[in-house]
Design a binder for this molecule. Structure first.
Ligand SMILES: Nc1ncnc2c1ncn2[C@@H]1O[C@H](COP(=O)(O)OP(=O)(O)OP(=O)(O)O)[C@@H](O)[C@H]1O
Ligand SMILES: [Mg+2]
Length: 267
């Protein structure tokens, strides 16, 4: 097994073609394997960071690597290692794909053509849907599902895939508490039972605070990094979410109340 860090960035800056400097002076290291969260307000560069380490965007300055592979020079290697659930699902909803097709895609896309599902693929896909309590919807057209159900299917697709790193950009967005619990439990179990790192972008640390080893707090650069409780710090939170952010301690837990994200809790 490689001992390279899961993520390592050196003096990274990312500029969009319109001139927007989405990330600057980003330097950090996260060891592998890990279950980590990337948090920060809207526009703080979370999705940009993800797209950069996946090799989808080139840095303007500096470098970032995944398991020791440089995002520019080794993007092919990185794509093979990573299963990625983007922030907004890019699946064309007018295409009448069934739930099973979506989940099987997670296994078939990395195969060479002809991409035919084996009985093993089908078994793994069904099992992944069971993890998020969606096995009953195997034959349902994907566009007919609710937003939260779709998120669960997309998480199942990632669980069914192969590769040592799972990257999920806001997988809990638009889901109710029940769906959130199912997704979080499935990811937590998957991380424990498999040698897989999970990188999750989230607005709300609350549902995953007991699972996460490290938190990266972004506001276009690194504002905080470390265990969830060290990042859940009043000064840091105010720096990122503004002067109205408050840390409230209640029954042994720390809650962060922000205008941006509601309430985040951490022990
Ligand atoms: N394709 C693009 N072209 C130009 N600017 C962009 C593009 N994508 C993002 N940006 C800008 O870069 C900054 C960071 O955006 P990014 O999407 O990474 O933020 P985010 O933290 O993921 O936000 P959110 O919580 O809303 O998902 C923002 O100011 C955004 O306007
Ligand atoms: Mg985003």
């Amino acid at each position: 097994m490689s001992t390279a860090p899961l993520l390592e960035a050196n003096n990274l800056a990312v500029r969009y073609p319109n001139g927007e400097l989405a990330l600057h002076d980003v330097t950090f290291k996260i060891k592998s394997p890990s279950f980590m969260a990337i948090i920060g307000p809207n526009g703080s560069g979370k999705s940009t960071l993800v797209k950069t380490f996946l090799g989808l965007i080139k840095p303007f300055k500096g470098h970032i690597s995944v398991n020791g592979y440089d995002s520019v020079k080794k993007s092919g290697k990185i794509r093979k290692m990573v299963r990625y659930v983007p922030q907004r699902d890019r699946i064309e909803l007018t295409v009448p794909m069934k739930v099973k097709d979506i989940v099987l895609m997670g296994r078939l896309l990395k195969k060479l053509p002809p991409r035919i599902a084996s009985s093993k693929d089908t078994k793994i896909a069904r099992n992944a849907l069971e993890q998020v309590d969606m096995a009953d919807l195997w034959n349902r057209p994907f566009p007919e599902l609710s937003g939260g159900q779709r998120q669960r299917v997309l998480v199942a697709r990632a669980l069914a895939g192969e590769g040592s790193i799972l990257v999920l950009d806001e997988p809990l967005a638009g889901t109710d508490t029940e769906s959130q619990d199912l997704i979080v439990k499935a990811l937590g179990m998957y991380h424990k039972e498999n040698d897989v790192s999970i990188i999750m972008v989230t607005h709300d640390l609350n549902p995953i605070h007991t699972l996460v080893h490290e938190v990266l707090l972004l506001k276009n650069t690194i504002v905080g990094i470390g265990e969830p409780c060290s990042v859940m710090d009043p000064d840091l939170m105010r720096k990122v979410y503004g002067p109205t952010a408050r840390i409230v301690e209640y029954a042994g837990h720390r809650y962060c109340m922000t205008q941006d994200s509601g309430i985040d809790r951490h022990d």
